[in-house]
Design a protein around this ligand. Sequence first.
Ligand SMILES: [Zn+2]
Length: 348
Amino acid sequence: MQKRSGRKSRPLRIAGQPVERGEVYEINLKVSEFYTATAATIPVTVIAGRRSGPVLFVTAAVHGDELNGTEIIRQLICRVAPADIRGTLVLMPVVNRFGFLHHTRYLPDRRDLNRNFPGRTDGNMAQRVAWEVFDQVIRHCNYGIDLHTATADRTNLPHVRGDMSHREVRRLARAFGVEIIINSEGSDGSLRRAAVAAGVPTILFEAGERQKFQEPMIRRGVEGIRNVLVELGMLQGTKVAPSFRIIVKNSEWVRAEKGGILIMYKKVGELVYSGEEIALNTNPFGREFGTIRSPVTGLVIGATTLPLVNPGIPVAHVVKLRKTLPVVERAVRRKALVRAEEKPVMFS
Ligand SMILES: [Zn+2]
């Protein structure tokens, strides 16, 4: 364990470490053990502001192959100093170290860590890892943001997921400042659902693809976290507003009806109109034998990145639009959804 800079005390503990104001802590939290009888630890950086305020956790790579969030957190670590903030940032860029090392979503027991929170001390491997993370870090925080990407062979438009019936979750979700918020409480055993149940309002940010660093996605994540810091009074400044805001109740996965090879016509962030072609289905003889059409008018927020389908494979995730359609049409024309590189997000 290493410490950087110096100052006073208060009763917060993260991973057993008493946290004092004005300090930065780099902690290796033990969550399991390798075959080699060495500790499996995960990195936790605690940036404690000089002034008191809320404790916000940000987690990434709970699914070990979802890397955009790992880079989002690295940028936060590099840009935020104790003098800049009130309260405390608890940053965990690699929650699932096993999956991270092996470029996979899962743990070595093939379980999904994000279905095993809050975990238990005497449970299966995933439950034990989840418990260490939850007991040592998550339950000591006041708010949380969990960073994800789409799963294998898919991509997602940046969006937030949260239980909008919960007042403080709704506050975080709106403050984050992305155009699309999916209203859901999350899967049973997910980090965010378990955190909310334990009194730690938490949202999830989804953006892009696994196994990549995608700068526009990373930028939206850093900007969104900055917006949340401003909302919680942890940082001075003004929030960046989204070009529109839709709280999604109706979304639809358009699926392939036949096995084949796809020529995709639509990308995430594009509009699709009812009956319009999303993809052309072809076969290895070069023949075209069908088109996949959208049953609804809406915005494509998720899509397959693998152009090979069996019947039932999801091709595009479409959010249905009605009243908001003209606003979204204008934003899409302005390319406001996945913005090109701008100046870096500033924290001081
Ligand atoms: Zn994920």
